[in-house]
Design a protein around this ligand. Sequence first.
Ligand SMILES: [Zn+2]
Length: 115
Amino acid sequence: MLAQNNTDHSKSPLNVIISVDVELWPNNWDLGHTEFNRCFNKFIHGKTISGNYGLGFQLEQLKEHNLKCVFFVESLFSGHYGIGPLQEIVAQIQEAGQEVQLHLHTEWLGQRALP
Ligand SMILES: [Zn+2]
């Protein structure tokens, strides 16, 4: 049965919000700092054997195509590994003229040492 509304949507404007979650998702929550650096390079910088396809690549692509994006940055990992890597992520996004918003994975809270 054909739809009763024959509106041609191919000529309608399309409003899209592009968003990216920026987060570490380790297999082992008890990462030492060496393993954290490996994980940071993998998940944030997107390092692969054929190149880097993480945050820097994404920011370059957005600039090249004159697009805006919202980056939802997970921040609770910094309670375990320090504020430096979080500052690096936020600065890179803001320097590229993109928007930073908060993203939380409360699983990180359970990784803090008990008092
Ligand atoms: Zn997430």
